[in-house]
Design a protein around this ligand. Structure first.
Ligand SMILES: [Zn+2]
Length: 317
């Protein structure tokens, strides 16, 4: 495959702790699919902070990523690609609040403004070279950020599809309050926690941004998935996603009892669960229903109210 050919990118959008890592890893097991993890963090976490690939290697030492980076940015990619500049461009131009501005831009046309042009060009090159190196027809990006998703529309040669993954905001807030170890650093560290209010405000704003994207791209490229449906009926949900990306013939890598064998992956960032390989079984984490404090549940319900009904979540969760 040459970079001139179109690459399908399946982008998972949604606020964190909604099951995007396991969904990406399951899809990545399908022949012709490649899950790169949260590609938006390649620059900051992968290259600047030295966090590890899903295979356990540092990103520049991972055979797959060093090949992709060399093809994208030249043999001496460590010297030629300015990761700090990419991170700055993300902060200046591709924050979630920029989603609406990005959606106003015409499709299939790289931005001409300097910082955004370089950032978009680098992302386009990455997607194309991932497809070349892996031979994948579909590249999965589980970055979850609606703004990066909106930017995908602008990349000529990328055929973008979007899965909008939502989970009950009360379960999400409960999950963020629990400590979770980061496994991609050399020194032990915990994932940054979010307060109940912070998690729910972000849940609302990220989902509102995703709703705007849906209106812009239309149903042919966009699918809404509830986490609760995904873990209870994964076959049906994954088949719907395969149909969305024009790969309906592919077989879903799950047994009848919702279990899968996960092989080593090359995800650049994501939930620590991305390092889990071997047999995994999908099940809904329902601990929050019995253990969440009443005040936390009330606060979350109140803040998330504008979208609660839209995603079929009951007032009394
Ligand atoms: Zn790797």
């Amino acid at each position: 495959m040459t970079p001139a050919q179109e690459v399908k990118v399946l982008y998972i959008i949604g606020w964190g702790r909604s099951g995007s890592t396991i969904m990406g890893n399951l899809l990545g097991e399908i022949d012709g699919f490649f899950h790169g993890g949260e590609l938006t963090y390649l620059w900051e976490r992968g290259l600047l902070e030295g966090r590890r690939c899903g295979c356990g290697q540092l990103i520049p030492s991972c055979e797959l990523w060093s090949d992709v980076l060399r093809r994208s940015f030249g043999d001496d990619f460590a010297a030629t690609v300015d990761a700090q500049h990419m991170v700055q461009a993300q902060r200046d131009e591709v924050r979630v609040r920029h989603t609406w501005q990005l959606l106003k831009r015409p499709a299939d046309r790289l931005p001409q403004d300097d910082a955004l042009r370089r950032y978009s060009g680098a992302m386009l090159s990455l997607y194309q070279q991932i497809a070349t190196v892996t031979g994948a027809r579909v590249v999965i990006d589980s970055s979850k950020r609606p703004s990066d998703a909106a930017l995908l529309r602008l990349l000529p040669g990328v055929n973008p599809y979007f899965v909008h993954l939502v989970r009950d905001p009360r379960a999400v807030a409960y999950s963020w309050a629990r400590k979770k170890a980061q496994l991609d650093r050399d020194r032990p560290a915990l994932m940054s926690p979010h307060t109940v209010l912070d998690s729910t405000v972000s849940w609302l704003s990220w989902n509102l941004a995703a709703e705007s994207l849906r209106k812009r791209v239309g149903a042919g490229h966009f699918s809404l998935v509830r986490y609760e449906d995904f873990v209870s009926r994964p076959h049906a949900v994954l088949e719907r996603i395969l149909a969305l990306v024009g790969e309906a013939g592919a077989s879903v890598p799950l047994s009848e009892d919702r279990a899968a064998e996960l092989s080593t992956n090359h995800t650049v960032s994501g939930n620590p669960d991305r390092f889990s390989t071997g047999r995994v079984k999908l099940r809904e984490d329902r601990e929050w229903r019995s253990k969440q404090a009443t005040t936390d549940r009330l606060l979350t319900t109140l803040v998330a109210l504008p979208l609660l009904h839209r995603y079929d979540y009951a007032l009394r969760g």
